[in-house]
Design a protein around this ligand. Structure first.
Ligand code: NDP
Length: 480
């Protein structure tokens, strides 16, 4: 599969050798190629829809539920019942109610446009991104945190002054928000894919190397090295254009944290309000599950510029994977706990609640302190040998082997996963679907670890082997 893709791209670009160098063809296809990404796209879309049917007011998937006669049905019979109930729910949703609500779709468009407007209007530090393949840099305006604070404050103030009707609208129409974000993200990725074929101004990339602002002002199109195979499905999924920018808006950077993460907080708030309207109280379970998620989101927004060195920004194009992942998957999947608890008044025992709280604080501290340590190490112009032990590499960058990074090569993933697990535990043990997040997040982090180790091995070669022999464990010291 790989060789024809390369030949195709070579043929397409044979007259412009410099284009080929600027935008090398993707020859090694990930996710098992075209068929793999097609399956992933279908599966991701199905998952968000099925999860909506399982964790809503119908509460279809409570593991053990009391039947009419007061006896408890068994797990297997209940799971079968769940499958048939969910099927009926989905058929009703798609064929009777209509998959999309135009009002909700319009509401989502207004929300998205509001955040776009804030990104232009609010002040923010201008930060240089990493060096691009053509030798230039892009600038990014960092105002995600203030956009998030302002948006959430307005929603809360409106709820206090005018009552929670808008929050209830979100909670009661959540399935339509899922379908709207799905359709929106699919269309956005398609538009960005098609626009990646727009004519560039004909200037050869080599002629422009080193001229700052080239990508922004002269329109040289940089394609992603991972999404330029020539196969529609593959490039659409991975993202063909590296940094799509229109009217000064960097689509990938904007979508990475803002609509999805701020939406996650707003959906959580809507379901806390729903919980209160259902039970007249707020349980410790919903506070524990949503409190640490809200902290996690504002932490990410506060440190927004750290996203500029992540793989998503430096390497991936903007395709279905990021568009759907950021805009639909995050608010649809990451809010499962709040949605379940909105309809189930679970009060955790003081001992279990304390355990969940400690786990969530420990997870957060490991995640935050390890990421902070690496950021400080990498960004400080001079390295104090009393603070850090590191190894030099032929590639130029130093690798930290002390502190958190001396314990395990991806201890930051471990902390992040534990934090997510604590949010699932806060839902108790009545519904297996609320644990979906932990399982999914585990597979995401394992896959990310695999890709990152491969990247580092390619970049550092023998130095990476030396580093691995010093820091032996991947995630948990002395274990794995
Ligand atoms: P990392 O922050 O772990 O970055 C990996 C990179 O760091 C490597 O490629 C290498 O890059 C550099 N590096 C590796 N080891 C060292 C070392 N010892 N010393 C110095 N530099 C080193 O990966 P991610 O960007 O994947 O994750 C960042 C955070 O975001 C994680 O905590 C993760 O859990 C979280 N995350 C959360 C998601 C969510 O959905 N909630 C999704 C994805 C990530 P270089 O080439 O510079 O050497």
């Amino acid at each position: 599969m790989a060789a024809p893709a390369f030949d195709q791209a070579k043929q397409k670009n044979h007259e412009r050798v410099s284009d080929l160098e600027l935008n090398p063809a993707t020859v090694e296809l990930e996710f098992m190629g075209v068929y793999g990404v097609t399956a992933v796209m279908i599966l991701m879309s199905l998952v968000v829809v099925v999860l909506e049917s399982g964790c809503n007011g119908n509460n279809l998937c409570a593991l053990v539920k009391t039947n009419g006669s007061g006896n408890e049905s068994g797990v297997v019979s209940h799971l079968l019942e769940f499958v048939s109930d969910a099927k009926e729910y989905l058929v009703n949703w798609v064929l009777v109610d209509g998959f999309i609500s135009y009002n909700v779709f319009a509401t989502y468009c207004v929300y998205f446009s509001w955040l776009v407007a804030l990104s232009y209007l609010l002040p923010g530090e201008s930060v240089k991104g990493v060096k691009l393949r053509d030798g230039t840099f892009l600038k990014y305006k960092v105002n995600g945190f203030v956009s998030g604070v302002l948006t959430v404050s307005i929603v809360l103030a409106d709820a206090f002054v005018n009552g929670p009707s808008k929050l209830m609208y979100v909670a009661d129409n959540f399935k339509y928000f899922v379908s709207s974000t799905l359709v929106f993200s699919v269309l956005l990725a398609l538009a960005v894919y098609l626009l990646s074929f727009r004519p560039v101004n004909g200037t050869k990339a080599d002629d422009c190397k080193g001229k700052s602002g080239y990508s922004e002002s002269k329109g040289a199109l940089l394609l992603s090295a991972t999404g330029n195979s020539g196969y529609f499905a593959y490039d659409y999924f991975m993202g063909r254009e590296l940094n799509p920018r229109y009217f000064g808006l960097d689509i990938k950077y904007f979508c990475e944290l803002r609509p999805g993460l701020i939406g996650w907080v707003l959906v959580n708030i809507a379901f806390i309000a729903k919980h209160y309207s259902n039970f007249g109280t707020i349980s410790n379970a919903i506070l524990l599950a949503t409190g640490s998620q809200i902290l996690y989101v504002f932490d990410a927004l506060f440190l927004e510029k750290a996203v500029l060195t992540t793989m998503d920004i430096t390497t991936e194009g903007f395709g279905f994977m990021l568009s759907m992942g950021d805009l639909c998957w995050v608010p649809a999947v990451y809010t499962l706990q709040a949605r379940y608890l909105a309809y189930n008044n679970i009060e955790l025992s003081p001992y279990f609640a304390t355990f969940v709280l400690i786990l969530s604080i420990a997870g957060y501290l490991i995640f935050r302190l390890s990421n902070l340590q690496k950021n400080n190490f990498r960004s400080s112009p001079t390295i104090d040998p009393k603070l850090y032990t590191y190894i030099e590499t032929n590639a130029g960058s130093k690798l930290l082997v002390s502190g958190w990074w001396g314990l395990a090569r991806h201890i930051n993933y471990t902390g992040d996963w534990l934090l997510g697990l604590s949010q699932c535990l806060a839902t108790g043990f009545g519904n297996p679907l609320t644990y979906f997040f932990s399982l999914y997040f585990l597979s995401l982090l394992l896959h990310r670890n695999y890709r990152d180790e491969l990247k580092c091995k390619n970049k550092y070669g023998k130095d990476w082997d030396r580093y691995c022999s010093i820091v032996k464990y991947k995630f948990i010291p002395y274990l794995i």
